[in-house]
Design a protein around this ligand. Structure first.
Ligand code: DX5
Ligand code: ZN
Length: 215
């Protein structure tokens, strides 16, 4: 059974509290919060004040996906805002190992995200140190994009690497997850499914979360 992480990027921000309550009451496992800086990705989303508000009502762990340059400068601020899991992009970290240690020393779980063009093997020397790999199955920056099919191969490669080293890293898939492709993604080896539009644009989001969970 996969873990489900609804991405609030697709929620109705005018009804943020109700959207958070829906996630609390659903079978989802964690909140997925997408932070964008308009530099690493061509879009700006939300930041620390909003995460603080979400954290104040969230009854499940908050995972913060940082699509920002120099994430190390804000690690502590995101911890204070309420991040339980902090995900940084390999493409933005010149000292990734140091960043991971920094995240863990503050008591958060550490995730590393990789863009569609970044091969699974780029994680080879850091795998022992992280809790989660976030495989981008779209180019980061926007919700509602189409799933990129070569992601299946990358998931299988990562699963093999993790298995061979007997590690306990979760593989999370982020972008374009739907009821149609979720089974194939889980079959390839994914442990966590992020879903934005598929959940929040549905008339019965809790039911969609149940369906993803029981895929
Ligand atoms: C994209 C974000 C995703 C996004 C997913 O850059 O990282 O988390 O919200 O949205 P959907 O599920 O709609 O593709
Ligand atoms: Zn994300």
């Amino acid at each position: 059974m996969p873990l489900i992480a609804p991405s609030l990027l697709a929620c109705n921000f005018l009804r943020l509290e109700e959207e958070c309550k829906m996630v609390n009451e659903s079978s989802a496992d964690r909140f997925h919060l997408d932070v964008m800086d308009g530099r690493f990705v061509p879009n700006i989303s939300f930041g620390i004040p909003l995460i603080e508000h979400i954290k104040s009502v969230a009854q499940k762990p908050c995972e913060v996906h940082l699509m920002i340059e120099e994430p190390e400068k804000l690690t502590e601020a995101f911890k204070k805002a309420g991040a339980d899991i902090l995900i940084v992009h390999i493409e933005t970290c010149r000292n990734l190992h140091r960043n991971i240690q920094q995240i863990k020393s503050l008591g958060m779980k550490a995730g590393v995200a990789i863009n569609p063009h970044t091969p699974a093997r780029a994680l080879s020397e850091i795998m022992e140190d992280i809790d989660e790999v976030c495989v981008m199955s779209v180019n980061p920056g926007f919700g509602g994009q189409k799933f990129i099919d070569h992601t299946y191969k990358k998931i299988r490669e990562l699963k093999k690497m993790i298995h061979e080293r007997a590690l306990h890293i979760q593989i999370e898939i982020d972008g374009g997850v739907t009821l149609d492709n979720a089974a194939g993604i889980v079959h390839a080896g994914a442990d966590v499914l992020v879903a934005g539009n598929t959940v929040f644009k549905a008339s019965d989001p809790k039911n969609i979360i149940d369906q993803l969970k029981n895929i």
